[in-house]
Design a protein. Structure first.
Length: 211
């Protein structure tokens, strides 16, 4: 198998894992529906930054941390799940309405970006993907690892932008239908929070089962 075929297989796996609904997707949807286009894109860009961190970790794990991966991955799964449950709990307790989020400022957008970054970094699904897939695709046979990781990182953020960015824009457009019903907006955010807590709780149970 040559390098091009190698990358195509990685792309298929990458697109498959990103398009499957999970914490990152729910986080983008929740922010786009309750905060509009800018909030949805801020969440998307934060998750893209997290994707870069995953790529850097994947390269480090393959090149230097292979003996530490099992213990480290379990710790990240537990920490990520706990963080997602906290974010979901905040959404469940929220009473966000469209009139409020229309005035969202730069500080709030920075906070959403930071939450998106942490959401992606601590996402158990992403860690499992990195730990399971990256060792199979970062190969010394194809040369130094860092150019390979660079290509894989660029692919990751582009696929995230295409999927999550499109989702954020579509959700923001659909949000216009919520302006006539503040109660519907509130329960949209709370429902997203419950979904996030459910997915995170499942990840937490899987992490605890692996101890």
């Amino acid at each position: 198998m040559d390098y091009t075929e190698h990358l195509w297989i990685f792309f298929i796996l990458l697109a498959g894992i990103i398009i499957v609904p999970g914490m990152d997707m729910i986080f983008v949807l929740a922010n786009a529906l309750t905060g509009g286009r800018r909030a949805g894109l801020a969440a998307t860009f934060g998750i893209m930054a997290g994707g870069v961190c995953h790529t850097l970790f994947g390269m480090a794990a393959v090149s230097a941390l292979s003996r530490l991966v099992p213990a480290f991955s379990t710790a990240m799964i537990l920490a990520g799940s706990a963080y997602m449950i906290w974010i979901g709990f905040k959404l469940v307790r929220s009473s966000i309405v469209v009139d409020t989020v229309d005035r969202i400022g730069a500080t709030s957008l920075h906070a959403i970006f930071g939450q998106g970054l942490l959401t992606c970094i601590l996402n158990p699904k992403a860690w499992l993907f990195v730990l399971a897939v990256y060792p199979q695709f970062l190969k010394p046979a194809f040369g130094p690892l860092w150019p390979q990781a660079l290509v894989m990182g660029i692919m990751t953020i582009l696929v995230q932008l295409a999927i999550y960015g499109s989702l954020a824009l579509m959700a923001a457009r659909g949000r216009n239908a919520l302006t006539a019903s503040p109660a519907l907006t509130i329960w949209t955010g709370r429902t997203a929070g419950l979904m996030l807590m459910g997915v995170a709780a499942f990840g937490l149970s899987q992490g605890l089962a692996g101890l």
